[in-house]
Design a protein around this ligand. Structure first.
Ligand code: MSP
Length: 661
């Protein structure tokens, strides 16, 4: 067991429940998860908090558009987010929802306390509001008249409101930064806060709204709801029971060790939040870290943008389904320089999987375990005298834990992983240098071969222990192949070289990360993106207009048209696609071939109506997966302006497989 090191309270921002989740969202939480696991292995009593930010104008508007109550609108999004964390193997200690009763009550109580203490007063607010960011701006803060964070339009808002005396805290916040230079990291963010916000003068912050119903009511003045950002920030203490009858968690874990956030919300965490805590006379968090963004084509992924994005697959669950949770975790933790922006492309993800995981790590493990199987019957031989490059390999392995520790103390997962992969690559080089296959030829070289195998197995074991916080599935599989019970590896006490006893049972490790054919995979991803675009266009109210529009479109030649192979097909079977109310799965016979076609016509036809019908199929459409089903073609339909739809069929019975021209 690791020596007990005290408590470590780590938080992610709580997520706005206003749209679907993308890979950019996963970034903060996966980083927090790796840090939490790492700290636990160091012996800290960790409490990892995440959750959802469910109130505010944005959610209210989205729910109205969807024609449901805000609570009905957010519930499935919350479930979906929890399932994203599950697929990514994120293990939090608590998931808070700002609609949770205990949070609502505590926030009301805190708000009243602040009012009674004179930290909040009532006045009239006139300002500019950016609804997507749920943020107020002064005219001078706007950039070209638009929201300085997201560049979108702002609206003028004038209403009675409660104000928090933020302006009074400027000096104390500057002093906080001065006395604790690591309070806000990276350092550039601190300069940004000082120069862009504090020095120009902090303004009192409007902390209630009368125009937004979907929020926590101010209990002593119920026509006001509490500003969503204030409601949200308090989650960090209400989740621990602050303001409730049971404050034991709060006493144990507060102040937070780390609030990890992305850079655009640092202002709230490093100015507004400490000021609110100061007003309540509560201890301040030890550190706020503002990481960079995951960029797609140079843009921050946002909920509204994520579905417009060209060919990149950005849905975290789909990505995990295709490549596994370790691969996605690894990419996020390794590829984005911590604190800076990083670019996400399918291509860069696939290259990381093939290069680092399949080639470097996977190969090392499968080659070594296979050789121990072949040359020593799967029993780890003892290490003999040190020779050749043994010392070099051992030096890299022995230096690794301290290097990972230093990187992770600075929250730098990319550097920690780079160190681990330096050992992995060194071990691969060691195989090339020692040439075990040549040693295996001579009986006299068997002791040397044993030493080589032992050193390799040890290097792999040490790498796997160090990888545990990052690759939560693969590291355990590797340890199990080396005869180590992964559930017993709960700390770093075994990372010294030579811990593995000779005689350990080694099993051949199956490929952990199968190599991907990048060109083929990129094609498949492009096909999925195209199918999604079509699905989205079909769903949009605009689609009916477009579908039936006789506005001029680009002309194509007869040759172009001839490239499309249309054939008749007989529907032999048809069923609904589970959890997809618009999709039907059809088995269509087109001559010799029985193909599966997924079609978005479930709202127009029941499966029974279609069985036996002759339809027209685009037979040479690149197959693509829809809801996990490979669709091999498309069924032609006619649709009018009102959205009435009919499948295209033939007048005479021409049978299946007939060419349509
Ligand atoms: N609800 C607020 C946070 C309140 S905390 C008291 C919020 N929510 S959010 O859903 O918009 O963002 C949640 C987290 O995901 C934030 O850290 C946000 O910056 C992060 N990211 C969203 N898109 C991202 C990228 N493309 N890249 C990196 N992080 C991203 O802000």
């Amino acid at each position: 067991m690791a020596e007990k090191k005290g408590t470590y309270f780590i938080t992610t921002p709580i997520y706005y429940t206003s749209g679907k989740w993308h890979i950019g969202h996963a970034y903060t939480t996966v980083v927090c998860d790796a840090i939490s696991r790492y700290r636990r292995m160091l012996g800290y009593d960790v409490f990892f908090l995440t959750g959802t930010d469910e109130h505010g104008q944005k959610v209210q508007e989205k729910a109205r558009e969807a024609g449901v109550s805000p609570k009905k609108f957010v519930d499935p999004l919350v479930d979906d987010l929890k399932s994203v964390w599950k697929t990514l193997d994120v293990k939090y200690d608590k998931f808070i929802r700002t609609t949770d009763d205990y949070h609502v009550k505590s926030v009301q109580k805190i708000f009243r306390t602040l009012y009674e203490k004179g930290k909040i007063y009532k006045s009239v607010y006139e300002g500019r509001y950016c609804t997507p960011c749920e943020a107020f701006w002064t005219v001078s803060q706007l950039k070209d008249g638009r929201c300085p964070d997201c560049g979108r339009e702002v609206t003028v808002q004038k209403e009675e409101g409660y104000f928090f005396r933020l302006s009074e805290y400027a000096d104390r916040i500057l002093k906080l930064y001065e006395d604790n230079p690591t309070f806000l990291q990276p350092k550039s963010r601190m300069n940004e806060m000082i120069n862009n916000f504090i020095k120009p003068g902090l303004q009192d912050l409007c902390v209630s709204r009368t125009s937004v119903d979907w929020g926590i009511p101010v209990d002593f003045d119920p026509k006001h709801t509490i500003y969503v950002w204030v409601d949200a920030l308090f989650n960090y203490i209400t989740a621990l029971g602050y303001g409730s009858d049971d404050t034991s968690l709060f006493e144990k874990y507060w102040p937070a060790s780390l609030h990890l956030t992305a850079k655009e919300i640092v202002r709230f965490h490093a100015i507004v939040w400490p000021a609110l805590l100061m007003a309540l006379d509560l201890p301040l968090p030890k550190q706020v870290y503002g990481h960079g963004w995951l960029l797609i084509g140079g843009d921050k992924l946002s909920k509204s943008k994520s579905d417009k994005i060209s060919t990149e697959l950005t849905d975290p669950k789909e990505l995990v389904e295709r490549y596994g949770s370790d691969a996605i975790r690894y990419f996020l933790l390794r590829e984005i320089p911590f604190g800076s922006d990083g670019v996400y492309t399918n291509d860069s993800l696939l290259k990381r999987i093939n290069g680092d995981l399949a080639n470097d790590l996977g190969n090392l493990v499968s080659r070594t375990t296979a050789m121990i199987g072949k040359y020593f019957g799967g029993i780890l031989p003892p290490a003999g005298a040190e020779e050749g490059t043994d010392a070099e390999l051992k030096a890299v392995a022995s230096a690794l834990p301290a290097k990972v520790l230093a990187a992770m103390d600075a929250l730098n997962a990319p550097d920690a992983l780079e160190e681990i992969f330096t050992l992995i690559r060194r071990a691969n080089k060691y195989i090339d240098e020692t040439m075990p296959w040549a040693l295996a030829k001579e009986e006299a070289d068997k002791p040397r071969l044993g030493t080589v195998m032992y050193n390799l197995a040890e290097s792999i074991r040490i790498s796997a222990v160090m990888l545990k916080p990052f690759l939560t599935v693969g590291a355990d599989k590797i340890l199990a192949c080396l005869g180590v019970d992964p559930s017993e590896v709960t700390d770093f006490s075994t990372v010294g070289f030579g811990h593995l006893a000779a005689g350990a049972k080694i099993t051949v490790c199956p490929p952990l990360f199968p190599r991907i054919d990048v060109a083929k995979e990129l094609d498949a991803l492009a096909a999925i993106a195209a199918a999604k675009k079509t699905e989205k266009a079909e769903k949009s109210p605009e689609s009916h207009k477009n579908a039936t529009s006789d506005a001029p479109v680009e002309e194509i030649s007869a040759e172009d048209f001839a490239r499309v192979r249309l054939v008749t097909g007989k529907v032999e079977a048809c069923e609904k696609v589970e959890n997809a109310d618009k999709l039907l799965k059809l088995s269509v016979r087109t001559g010799e071939r029985l193909r599966t076609v997924v079609s978005g016509i479930a709202r127009y036809y029941s499966p029974d109506e279609l069985v036996g019908k002759t339809v027209v199929v685009v037979a040479n459409l690149k197959p693509c997966k829809l809801r996990g089903i490979l669709s091999e073609g498309m069924i032609l339909c006619a649709e009018n302006k009102e959205g009435k739809l009919s499948i295209v069929t033939t007048l005479a019975d021409v049978g299946d497989g007939a060419t349509v021209r």
